[in-house]
Design a protein around this ligand. Sequence first.
Ligand code: PLP
Length: 396
Amino acid sequence: MQLLSSQITGFIENSSWIRKMFESGIALKKQYGADAVCDFSLGNPDVPAPAMIEDILTDLAKETNKPFTFGYMPNGGFPWARQIIADLVKKEQGVEITADDAVLTCGAAGAMNAFFRAVMEPGDEVLAVAPFFVEYGFYTSNHQATFRTVMSKPDTFELDVDAIDAAITPKTRALIINSPNNPTGAVYTKEELTELAAVLEKHTKANGRPVYLIADEPYRFLAFDGVEVPSILPLYDYAVVMSSFSKNLSMAGERVGYIALSPRMKDRGQLINGLMLTNRILGFVNPPVVGQHMLKAALDAQVDPSIYERRRDAMAKVLSNAGYDFHLPKGAFYFFPKAPGGDDVTFCNRLMEEKILAVPGTGFGGPGYFRLTFCVEEEVINRSAEGFKRAIESLA
Ligand code: PLP
């Protein structure tokens, strides 16, 4: 009996190697104990959420006997939470936006799905800059659109604006950029983004409808060495920011995110209405009550980036001492080194023999590289040094 659709069956088959690696990781931990395995595979922040969340949860618990404490709310989120988002975006992006220009969503993932549901016609295309966050392709396919990628510049992973220009067609409805980037750690400069905005403006005019620029920014808070993460909303009429509090407040499981539109976008109320409808009809309805209260309590105490910076430096030392070829990440919590020997899947399997878990770049549209996440204690990074050395030396 065919229980699954052919599309989902295909997705599962195509990603079976990821599952196999994930299962092998679990088996390793079972065999040797979790402490013996250096797990750099998951971007699940291990730094605890801000301490004041405890107070807000205690206060909220006292309200449980009141009607509607955990009830439905408007589909765009609590009005006070939309105001919090407007204030945050104003500060981060340097634009005058109001609560009417932002919608709360179930994470950045829910934001992207609500957005695609609102704007895609059958057969439209979504372009993403590769290497890319693997879920983008799945989100696109949820909404009758085709997913295409454009490579960033080799090794530095900077934006290749000429390649993007050449890749856009009349069917292109949106381009996704992600800076600071998962998996490469790249942060795009204002010059790159300004050039990109000009190209998108040209295609929007030629196509007679917007080519949206989606800035997926859950790592905006995490840039190292004083690197600036430039604002995108002032640069382009059809720029849209999607983000969440999964990484900066370590509350990925609470599913609180948002979409904010450029105040340059004419008639944006239409799009906001559409997003509130799609939030509902996709079944999200509204983001969790508890998560929105947590956000209110914790926003000003987001995770200290210096913790991640120290880990980045420790990992850079481990990798360069062992002789790996990598670009130092400017932001986010990932390294994307070249896979010694060239085959990323083979090399990640070799690392597993050293009890080191990494993810092959193939899964991110970046074959020949592998991804390491530094959401782990520095001690784990340091402990992995010998294993990394042995793995690369065995290929020499
Ligand atoms: N975008 C990027 C680049 C990510 O790395 C992630 C999660 O890892 C997401 C979006 C989705 O995050 P969330 O839905 O938890 O906000």
